[in-house]
Design a protein around this ligand. Structure first.
Ligand code: DGL
Length: 266
């Protein structure tokens, strides 16, 4: 008999950003079978148009449907901002969008001034702003795009000259720090990978890594739906849409990866 709770959970992002979510899911839901898809061929999502993103994410959702998943975790803010509303009714599995769920968690914190750092596409969509003011229309929000941070993470640009790196970090951080927020949401799943650099410019406790509340929400929601698996060993199958070797090299900095991810040209 097919037990729905035994089915896998899809987790996807454009690259290694979603690993910041996967890592927290391992803690919150340690018995699940995850299928992680990195759409490396289409990276960076933050510079794509809405139509391009819908086209790309539809193929990922179709792949997950073929894998009979019980849920898909959008471990990518940009696609949550631009694609979730368009596709949310089209599939039988549960879909967890990171922005909408993070906004619900942040609303519970009773903050009045919030900064958001995100990709160009996320900032231009104002998805965080719109989602947050739904909960509190008096909340003041300052969003800023950090277009170079994704490539800093993906290409592990340790070779930036110190001055270049200072300029890149400060260009993006300063406008939000000047706004004097109580908290700053790292609104792209790649950014928590940069925490060691970010904390040179502002205290770590100022930043919210959405992966934490997002994974706790998913745990509770799966539980309530009778879909949380509480037995068996954790398993993850990795897929990429290009360059498996490069993904493995980059991902291995953050998680243990034994095998090469499978190449899946959707
Ligand atoms: N990590 C993704 C996000 O949270 C996408 C970054 C990108 O590919 O530009 O938005």
């Amino acid at each position: 008999m097919d037990i729905i709770k035994d089915r896998p959970i899809g987790v996807f992002d454009s690259g290694i950003g979603g690993l910041t979510v996967l890592e927290k899911l391992y803690e919150a839901c340690p018995h699940e079978h995850y299928i992680y898809f990195a759409d490396t061929k289409n990276l960076p999502y933050g510079e794509k148009t809405k139509d391009e993103l819908i086209f790309a994410v539809q193929k990922i959702f179709d792949f997950y449907a073929s894998q009979d998943v019980k849920a898909v975790v959008m471990a990518c803010n940009t696609s949550s901002a631009l694609v979730y509303e368009e596709l949310k009714e089209d599939y039988d599995f549960k879909i967890y969008p990171i922005i909408q769920i993070t906004a619900e968690c942040v609303a519970d914190m009773g903050l009045k001034r919030v900064g958001v750092l995100a990709t160009t596409a996320t900032v231009e969509s104002h998805a965080y702003l719109k989602a947050l003011v739904e909960y509190d229309r008096h909340m003041l929000i300052k969003e800023n795009a950090c277009p170079l941070w994704v490539s800093m993470v993906e290409n592990r640009k340790e070779d930036y000259e110190d001055e270049d790196e200072d300029a890149i970090m400060l260009d993006y951080l300063e406008p939000v720090l000047d706004f004097r927020p109580e908290k700053i949401i790292l609104g792209c799943t790649h950014y928590p990978h940069l925490m060691n650099k970010i904390k040179r410019y502002a205290r770590k406790s100022l930043f919210i890594n959405p992966a934490e509340c997002f994974s706790e929400y998913i745990k509770k929601d799966l539980e309530q739906a009778g879909l949380r698996k509480t037995y068996g060993v954790l398993r993850t199958d990795f897929y990429v849409s290009s360059d498996p070797e490069n993904f493995k090299k980059n991902a291995s900095v953050f998680i243990k990866m034994k095998d090469l991810p499978e190449l899946l040209e959707l």
